[in-house]
Write a protein that binds this ligand. Structure first.
Ligand code: SAM
Length: 304
């Protein structure tokens, strides 16, 4: 196991080495992780965690090539977002991988020289993230995304993949693995926490910083994802479609390409979707959206 943590002095520089009043203790986080608030209709995240680096977080019943393709489409979206919207890596540039699961993006960004904090609500996911190895300068943190226990204005860029829809749609929604179209799914007991998660990201992000949110397997238009971030104060920079589950192009990619070529083909598929697909075009079937949000610079902005 390779788990290298930050020097205490580095942490103190950004205020993370200090115990904070708002810090959530591990026990209270575990309690909320045990509820089904953020689960899929299938096995709980804690059970899925040990299914393998990719199967745990992508398609647990999918083939190796399918999971590889899904992995490389999301990786292409992540690389593009970081290249365009994050500062260059440096000793004090901190990325937050929000809902990091088994840590595939921590390893990706960390290997490019970024200091990454991988945060997740499921302890078993973080155990796996550490077991697969964390690059130097990277760490994991057990937390609910609604209460990050990080100082205000301390993070340069936030990456999210496959997390926030659980805070927006009730468990019966198809996009959570349920059997009702997400637009029609209702549950009187479900209280969406999406707006609060967006507010918490706004708080920890530095002025001018960006959030890149990849929502995978969504069967609705992008509209429900917009108000929460807008109310928090973010400006929408872009929405892109990066994958369609039943797209002819994607079916061709997964069906016929030998696995060594999957990364290249996944990147090409994402490039073509971003260039050609209109996210607001009515569509049947699941698709992945990439939302890019910017926290305005303080001197050019009046808070909402
Ligand atoms: C589909 S997995 C994605 C993991 C990772 N982002 C990836 O793409 O490899 C969803 C992850 O979100 C985590 N999660 C869900 N709701 C969360 C919340 N409110 N706060 C923190 N983590 C959350 C789950 O524990 C799970 O590890």
């Amino acid at each position: 196991m390779l788990a290298i943590h930050l020097e205490e002095s580095d942490l103190e520089e950004v205020g993370w080495g200090k115990k904070m009043d708002s810090e959530v203790d591990a026990q209270s986080v575990k309690t909320s992780a045990q509820s089904d608030k953020y689960e899929t209709a299938g096995p709980a995240w804690s059970e899925r965690a040990t299914a393998g680096e990719l199967s745990a977080v992508l398609d647990p019943s999918g083939t190796r090539v399918r999971n590889l393709f899904l992995h490389h489409t999301s990786l292409a979206a992540a690389k593009h977002s970081v290249r365009r919207f994050a500062p260059r890596p440096g000793a004090h540039v901190r990325l937050l991988d929000y809902g990091c699961g088994t840590g595939r993006f921590i390893r990706q960004f960390g290997s490019r020289g970024y200091q990454v904090t991988g945060m997740d609500i499921t302890p078993e996911m973080l155990d796996e993230a550490e077991r697969f190895g964390l690059p130097q300068g990277c760490e994991t943190k057990l937390a609910d995304g609604g209460s990050l226990a990080m100082p205000d204005n301390s993070v340069d860029f936030i990456w999210i993949c496959g997390v926030l829809k659980y805070a927006l749609f009730p468990p019966a929604a198809a996009c959570r693995g349920g059997d009702t179209d997400s637009a029609d799914a209702e549950d009187p007991d479900f209280v969406p926490t999406y707006d609060g998660l967006a507010r918490e990201m706004y708080r920890v992000l530095k002025d001018g910083g960006c959030v890149a949110n990849l929502e995978m397997y969504v069967d609705v238009a992008p509209d429900p994802f917009l108000p929460g971030f807008g109310k928090a104060g973010f400006h929408l920079e872009r929405i892109d479609v990066v994958r369609r589950e039943n797209g002819r192009f994607e079916r061709y990619q997964t069906g016929r390409i030998p696995s060594p070529l999957v990364p290249l083909n996944a990147a090409a598929a994402v490039w073509i979707r971003r260039a050609l697909d209109d996210p607001h075009r009515p569509l049947v079937g699941f698709r992945d959206y990439l939302f890019l949000w910017k926290k305005p610079n303080h001197d050019t902005y009046t808070s909402p």
